[in-house]
Design a protein around this ligand. Sequence first.
Ligand SMILES: [Zn+2]
Length: 276
Amino acid sequence: MVQEEDTVIFQPRLIKEDDIYGKNGYTLNLIKPNVYQFYSGGAGSHVYLIIGENLNVLIDTGIITKFNSLNYLLTTEIGLKVEDIGLVINTHEHFDHISSNAYFHCPIAAHRWAAIKIQHTDELITKGKKWGVDLSNMKINIWLEDRNIIDIGNVLLKIIETPGHTSGCICIYEPYLQYIFTGDTLFKEATTNIYESGSISEYIDSLEVLNTLRINSFYPSHGDLVLGQKNVKKQIDYSIENAKKELNAFINRLKSKSIDGVRPPPSLYRREEEDL
Ligand SMILES: [Zn+2]
């Protein structure tokens, strides 16, 4: 087995900051050969582009107010047009990751729990209305499941179901090159928030699944990326620990109510005492 010290870690390098749009734009970084990061310093998620031999894939489309910056950097610095993107994969259903989907005419993919909320314009979950972004009439063309693999030629993209932050969260793993796009599931030195449709215990389980993978670097949707197996594992363990503490603190805040002799509903009762 290759030891970590022998593994050559590709160091990201800055391509360009979008000075046309100032602080409202993205910073473009080359993070691996053929993988670009559109880094969002403020509102909205980062966007990633993988240049495949057979297909160019965009991971998330980011917030709509930054689409001009995305388009500018894509055309002037990378030399691709919007039409050259062959597939968009949304990491989950939140508005800051999906709201530029409408600019892309290629198939859009998301986990089926994310697809359902997006197609029902479920504003409770997507948060579009809360932040003034119209997400109506959006379509998800490919509904993803755990362990689906998308082969784009030089790169394999394996879908890892990671519910927790929301129910429709996925991470996208390259099993040979061993890097992973973690969406809002794993950050550097920050543990994610659990939003509507999400679950802390599912989140802990998802992180434990990530801990079974060999990961050389991870690329989150917010904040800084993390390089090196030991550093990756440290961040996963840190989030597991925080999430467990949060779960316990939440349970301790819950107050039990006296039932006052009222029989609880059968689903909450001991089943063997029910006439089932
Ligand atoms: Zn999110």
